[in-house]
Design a protein around this ligand. Structure first.
Ligand code: HEM
Length: 207
């Protein structure tokens, strides 16, 4: 029998999140197709080479627009606090599964906050550099040297975003009871007490 559930995300938060995740997969697979011949077969998902090339920037742009929505919902909850700095020092223990006596965590822990800021940073770089070599619209405004640097930074930040997202998904699966926060919007009270005690206090006060 499951105990009381707490609301963690609204429907609109979840739709926003899964729209970003879908665009991440589409922009990611189409981008990988250009990155290395070993991934070229992904163009089959998008109607061949030329269509993949046409669609990729639009899918990337939609991912960024989706993330802007999420960013404004969540940036305040992801500011690093003194509590996070104390938690960071004890992080090794948490990773070994020993959660007892860790400095109390609010809505997000330090690791989640770092994921949030890495996603933000890599998406900003992807957007700015991607625009710089988006033919035929914006590329003519930039020199070939600038575009070469942009291509390099675009790939590097794509690698950062992909690795960060792998970590994000791994952590969401690894911390039992987390996935349902984004699939159903709710979490159990014991999940909240164990993983986010300050947030638990905040949402249950006055009850
Ligand atoms: C299959 C892929 C994904 C899964 C299973 C997944 C799962 C989750 C879950 C369960 C949460 C809630 C965590 C919590 O409330 O403690 C979450 C939050 C979040 N997710 Fe995802 N996610 C995926 C892909 C993505 C992608 C591609 C992005 C962005 C590029 C993303 C960005 C975020 C952000 C920004 C949050 C809020 C956490 C924070 O601000 O620190 N997710 N995700």
């Amino acid at each position: 029998m499951m105990g009381k559930m707490l609301q963690r995300y609204k429907d609109s938060d979840r739709m926003n999140h899964w729209f970003i995740a879908l665009m991440f997969v589409l922009a990611g697979l189409s981008g990988l197709a250009f990155f290395h011949p070993a991934f070229f077969f992904f163009v089959n998902l998008f109607g061949g080479g030329p269509w993949t090339r046409i669609l990729h920037p639009f899918m990337g742009l939609l991912m960024v627009i989706g993330f802007v929505g999420m960013f404004f919902r969540l940036w305040r909850d992801n500011l690093i606090t003194d509590g996070d700095r104390a938690w960071r020092k004890e992080m090794g223990r948490m990773l070994k599964g020993d959660k007892e006596g860790l400095p109390p965590v609010g809505k997000y822990n330090y690791g989640q906050k770092m994921v949030f800021w890495l996603m933000t940073l890599s998406l900003v770089v992807l957007l700015v550099t991607g625009v710089m070599f988006w033919r035929p619209w914006f590329a003519p405004y930039f020199s070939i040297e600038a575009m070469r640097v942009a291509v390099l930074l675009h790939s590097a930040s794509a690698v950062v975003l992909i690795l960060t997202t792998i970590m994000h998904v791994y952590a969401a699966i690894w911390v039992k009871g987390t996935i349902r926060a984004m699939t159903r919007g709710t979490v159990s009270e014991s999940w909240a007490k164990t993983n986010h005690p300050l947030w638990h206090q905040e949402v249950t006060k006055g009850r």
